[in-house]
Design a binder for this molecule. Structure first.
Ligand SMILES: [Zn+2]
Length: 140
């Protein structure tokens, strides 16, 4: 297995790997704006708890809610992730590791009383913001 990520094998793969760059704003920014518009305040892109070396996109410290915006490619979205045809073994293993890491993060956080909200990059920011709001209200 190569140690270095292979170069994107096609323009399509490259676009997916780069996320939504060039189109609209990035998914995390869209979600932040939508949540902010609901009057909610949060910390951005930080570890929810000290010592946990995982960063969440939005953190509600008092309610203990951590929100992650997962890219469809890197986190293996069931609807949109397709294994690239070149270096497919590398990508299958890589994305599987990412998914296991996500589940591990969820378990560590919920194990210490946190609520984890995972939003897919493809989710509508407005609907996702309501899910976040509900989680924070439920946890407060
Ligand atoms: Zn997706």
């Amino acid at each position: 297995m190569p140690k270095i990520a292979p170069a994107a094998s096609s323009p399509a793969v490259r676009r997916v790997m780069q996320g939504n760059r060039g189109r609209d704003t990035k998914p995390e920014q869209s979600l932040r704006s939508a949540v902010f518009a609901l009057g909610m305040r949060y910390r951005v892109d930080c570890a929810p708890v000290r010592g946990l070396r995982r960063r969440a996109d939005l953190v509600f410290t008092r309610a203990r809610v951590a929100v992650f915006v997962d890219g469809c490619f890197w986190h293996g979205c069931p609807e949109h992730f397709h294994v690239p045809s070149t270096n497919s073994e590398y990508w299958t293993a890589k994305i599987e590791r990412n998914r296991l890491r996500d589940r591990d993060t969820d378990e560590r956080l919920s194990g210490i009383g946190w609520t984890v909200v995972r939003i897919w990059e493809h989710d509508s920011p407005a609907e996702a913001a309501l899910r976040v709001q509900r989680a924070v209200l439920d946890a407060s």
